[in-house]
Design a protein around this ligand. Structure first.
Ligand code: ADE
Length: 364
């Protein structure tokens, strides 16, 4: 799902030509609605065989799963980290399916009260997987409850008040915790130390994304040729979740404008141009961010808080959603005095780089 908003109205669009389509920003975080959930669920791979990409992690997981089956013990707790949309939840589902156990999916912000985490731990059956998304947002109390549950499979319950308070040690079934986070660095040390495997999910290559696109298109009965899949792949920010959304948008476009013709490179290009997704996969907010650094701050460095206020996006969204891909593409650089636009960013936006407008600080 792509939601339009109007956050960029006060930012000059110097790089864009006058006849370019009126571009609103696309919400890359794109909170799921029920329709999207069903759509995503239908195309989600269920086995390692079907799962494309992350080959190093897949190999590690296959060995770990086999070893735990041979030892007849639950799988070690796993922590996946990396930018959103790379398949952390999907992979957790694949693991559960490969082991043949249930998975309970929750996210840290919904485990606000002690009884939330206690309730979910007590509801698990032996061997089951508990998936906690955004685990870096778990509060201290929930973390303290989780430690002995992860380590020795018990929780300490307290009853009564002040002087008559009693602690009861209650066993919980042997389970596997899979934590997912966009910010491994924000996890507390003791929590991080309790995971047996900590793995970063990598951005996808264009070839891998083209495979994801062709697989999803087949399931959804969408006709697309190899070049069409490659065109969508190259504009999907190296992220399968985005690729899957863009096939849908391209299929809508092909249906309405080309009477349901097969999606070719040209149709994909037109469809994505109409959504203001450029040839690198940048959306309006990405370009606005780069233009802001270049036009208003001489190329930077500029602090993320300043960018946040000017763009009307919160700091977390800029850091978690927009920046990782801009960094990966080499369009921005992080310095200890803030972000600066690279020469590549100037080139991409068609802005001439000069020593004045692209001045780099002495200590960058
Ligand atoms: N859909 C989303 N992520 C996928 C992946 N890694 N492999 C196959 N299909 C996917």
């Amino acid at each position: 799902m792509i939601i339009s908003d109007d956050n960029n109205k006060n930012i000059k669009n110097k790089g864009a030509s006058n006849d370019a389509p009126k571009c609103k920003s696309q919400d890359l975080e794109a909170k799921e609605v029920d329709f999207d959930k069903t759509y995503e669920k239908n195309i989600r791979p269920k086995t390692f065989e079907e799962y494309i990409g992350q080959s190093a992690l897949r190999d590690t997981l296959k060995i770990t799963i086999e070893a735990s089956k041979k030892r007849n013990v639950p799988l070690d707790h796993l922590l996946f980290y990396g930018p959103p949309g790379l398949g952390k939840t999907t992979l957790a589902g694949v693991i559960a399916n490969e082991i043949g156990v249930n998975i309970k999916i929750t996210s840290a912000p919904s485990l606000e009260r002690p009884r939330d985490i206690i309730g979910i731990l007590m509801s698990l059956k032996g061997g089951e997987i508990l998936f906690i998304d955004e685990i870096h947002r778990l509060n201290k109390v929930a973390e303290e409850i989780l430690y002995p549950a992860m380590e020795d499979f018990f929780i300490d319950l307290t009853t009564g008040k002040s002087q008559s308070v009693k602690t009861m040690r209650v066993p919980v079934p042997k389970f596997t915790l899979i934590g997912a986070t966009t910010k491994a660095g924000a996890l507390s040390g003791p929590l991080r130390d309790r995971f047996g495997i900590i793995h970063r999910l990598e951005f996808y290559t264009i070839d891998e994304l083209a495979q994801v696109i062709k697989r999803s298109a087949k399931i959804l009965n969408i006709k697309i040729d190899d070049e069409g899949a490659k065109e969508i792949a190259s504009r999907s920010r190296a992220t399968p979740r985005i690729a899957n959304r863009l096939i849908k948008r391209s299929a809508d476009y092909a249906l309405v404008k080309f009477d349901g013709k097969i999606i070719t490179k040209q149709i994909a290009k037109e469809a994505l141009d109409s959504l203001c997704i450029d040839n690198l996969g940048l959306v309006t907010t990405d370009r606005a961010l780069l233009e802001l650094i270049i036009n208003n701050y001489d190329g930077g460095p500029v602090g993320v808080e300043t960018l946040s206020v000017a763009l009307g996006e919160d700091v977390r969204t800029i850091e978690d959603v927009y920046e990782p891909f801009l960094l990966q593409k080499g369009l921005i650089a992080r310095t200890n005095r803030g972000r600066r636009a690279t020469k590549l960013a100037y080139k991409h936006l068609g802005i001439r780089y000069t020593e004045q407008n692209g001045q780099m600080g002495l200590f960058d």
